[in-house]
Design a protein around this ligand. Structure first.
Ligand code: SHN
Ligand code: NAI
Length: 223
């Protein structure tokens, strides 16, 4: 498969079409829903959880097979159907239209594929095997979910706050950098995970004191 380029796309003001109403369409729809994109799903048969989403007003359903021209007005298209011939027809039409499209049963025919993803607040870990082994992606996701647990959401918020503080309060660039580095390489994630709030505050104060009292030499460009 191709040399894919990973992007972080804001879909919130875009329109997305899902063709198909089976298990794969459901998985892609649930992931898309989190982005706030406007979702329309076209399929003659539709799994119950998708019907429930439509009943709740979260997606638009069109209960019929795909028809030529259905792509019009959409920015992003997912095709997850069990009919290779129709998939191929939609691929050809999508290429002509220039829309971004993903074909679940023939990934190489589409112009994007979906990576695995872990979200911890503003921390996004996303990776892919370029279609060689989705199950390896799943395994890696499970391993990384353990390594970078829910505490990383709060840790990153903390780092963001400290960065704003340091940009304002620490004049010397090398000293700021040393402060950021000391925070990132600290045991703060472990303390957050254990819910030791007082310890967290104590450690931040300690790191501030240490980095601010130190004379920092060099260019600050070392790793
Ligand atoms: C190329 C790609 C195109 C795309 O869909 O964008 C693609 C293609 C195909 N997947 C297939 C099967 C499975 N896909 C999964 C799971 C995921 N598949 C996802 C993405 C991708 N799948 C893209 C490549 C991403 C990459 O390389 O990393 C994830 C990341 C995102 C998502 O889909 O939401 C999500 C993992 C989420 C996670 O757990 O983190 C499982 C596991 C399971 O269900 O437990 C199975 C069953 C096991 C197996 O078959 O390997 C089949 C064969 C169908 C058949 O047998 O006919 C094809 C078609 C083909 O290969 O031709
Ligand atoms: N990319 C991926 O992650 C994966 C891809 N697949 C592939 O994705 C495809 C779909 O898988 P499932 O959702 O499990 O299939 P499924 O059999 O559960 O659902 C197929 C759906 O396609 C709809 N459909 C069929 N013809 C249609 C048409 N002309 N217009 C609109 N909708 C139509 C049916 O109504 C049904 O809802 C399969 O071909 C499978 O090989 C399977 C697993 C993972």
């Amino acid at each position: 498969m191709g040399n894919y380029y990973p992007l972080m796309v804001d879909l919130s003001k875009m329109k997305c079409l899902v063709v198909g109403g089976g298990a794969v369409a459901l998985r892609k729809t649930l992931a898309l829903k989190e982005t706030g994109v406007d979702i329309t799903l076209i399929s003659p048969e539709i799994m119950a959880p998708l019907v429930q989403l439509a009943d709740a007003g979260e997606i638009n359903l069109i209960r019929r097979p795909y028809q030529k021209g259905d792509l019009e007005g959409f920015h992003l298209v997912y095709v997850a159907i069990n009919d290779k011939k129709v998939s191929e027809e939609i691929s050809r039409e999508a290429l002509d239209t220039g829309v971004f499209f993903n074909i679940a049963d023939q990934p190489a025919a589409g112009n994007f594929i979906v990576p695995s993803k872990i979200q911890r607040g503003d921390l996004v870990l996303s990776f892919s095997t370029n279609g060689k082994s989705p199950i390896l992606s799943k395994k890696i996701r499970q391993e990384l979910e353990e390594r970078y647990g829910a505490e990383y959401e709060e840790f990153l918020q903390l780092l963001g706050r400290e960065r704003v503080w340091a940009l304002r309060e620490i004049e010397q660039i090398d000293q700021r950098k040393a402060y950021f580095k000391a925070l990132v390489y600290s045991t703060l994630p472990e303390l957050l995970k254990a819910g030791k709030t007082a310890e967290v505050l104590r450690q931040i104060a300690e790191i501030r004191e240490k980095t601010l009292s130190k004379e920092i030499g060099g260019t600050g460009n070392d790793k």
